[in-house]
Design a protein. Structure first.
Length: 175
């Protein structure tokens, strides 16, 4: 991916949300992975939380972070599968202003290269709510790696060419 080193890197503040009925801080490997990667990339950890697979609980946490002007982006891990407890896409859809359908499409395309046709079981998704980016990744470490290393590390880098999510941030609240 083309990084234009003549441009200035602009760090953003990213909150990490783990959505799980069984994970806690000691075994949240996917959340740990994201924290390590975003900090290695030069971004700031805005906040981190673990919540249960419950639409209202997820929505409440997302609204809290969306209302915080110090948080530019939320990346979640977990709850994007097909089972009855996988409700992350439904929670995200309740609050975003605009969906970013290409994110889920590209994620599944990258994931296909790793896990084959099982990639179609992911409902990874993304959107924008009140000027804040929201990205929902699977809970598996492999899925989180595909999402960060294959998409987000580039799109959240202000030096990425031809375009990137960071350069759009000042215009996300336009009407």
């Amino acid at each position: 991916m083309p990084i234009d080193n003549t441009r200035q890197f602009k760090p953003i503040s990213i909150a990490i949300l783990t959505i799980s009925d069984s994970r806690n801080r000691t075994d949240d490997t996917s959340g740990d992975f994201l924290v390590d990667r975003l900090m290695d990339a030069g971004h700031q950890l805005g906040d981190r939380a673990i919540v249960k697979d419950d639409v209202e609980t997820i929505v409440q946490k997302l609204r809290q972070w969306i209302g915080n002007p110090d948080i530019d982006c939320v990346i979640s891990t977990g709850g994007t599968g097909l089972t009855g407890r996988d409700v992350t896409p439904e929670a995200f859809a309740r609050i975003w202003d605009r969906e970013i359908p290409g994110f889920g499409e590209l994620f599944r395309s990258l994931s296909y290269l790793t896990i084959g046709t099982s990639a179609l079981q992911s409902r990874a998704c993304a959107g924008v709510a009140s000027g804040t980016y929201l990205f929902a990744l699977p809970g598996s470490p492999g899925g989180v790696k595909d999402g960060w290393d294959g998409i987000l590390v580039y799109q959240l880098d202000s030096r990425h060419r031809h375009c990137n999510f960071v350069e759009l941030m000042p215009r996300l609240r336009e009407t």
